[in-house]
Ligand binder design. Sequence first.
Ligand SMILES: [Zn+2]
Length: 211
Amino acid sequence: MIKQAEKELEKLLKGNRNFVNGTPTTKNMTLETLQKYAFHQEPYACVLTCSDSRVVPEIIFDCGIGELFVARVAGMTTGPNVVESVEYAVKKLGVPLLILLGHDDCGVMKYAKEHYPEPMSNFSSILKCVYPVLDREEDNGSVATDQDGISSTKVGAEGKKCHNFFAQEHTRWVEDYLMKHSVIINEAVKNKKLLIAKCHFDHSTGLVELI
Ligand SMILES: [Zn+2]
């Protein structure tokens, strides 16, 4: 199963390069494809990502109808319904690959940064999934280094790089959350029936990179 998952991941990352290079295959996007899957589905990957209008998995991975089981929620935040959606993909549909796809300029990351550590009167279900990462950053000190080795002030700071680094930390947190809160996902990973790929989508280049 893991070998299959690695193959599917490679295919999706190659599809992303098609998108970036302006050479999408636009396969499986017709009524004919939909009719083929009218009474069943066989997605080969589950994608958990943000509701952001710029993050559209089928387009950025150059794939079509019936290929991806997608759960989109603001900030790629989690909760019982989201966990069970992923569990459904793993247990019922048997997908071997779960992609956690964070992205640049995420509105939820920005909102959380601006309001942390205020009490969560609005958007409480969303922020309770994001504040823990900020809690951890505070515990570790307020300054860290991002992927480019650039020092960036974390809590309360403005700036694109800061938010994007935070989004990547959040993606790692989501993986931990799923592993801790779902027996189905945890066992599938341990039994090598599921591969979790943590990815980040860069708006300026269109690239999806593994993190
Ligand atoms: Zn977002």
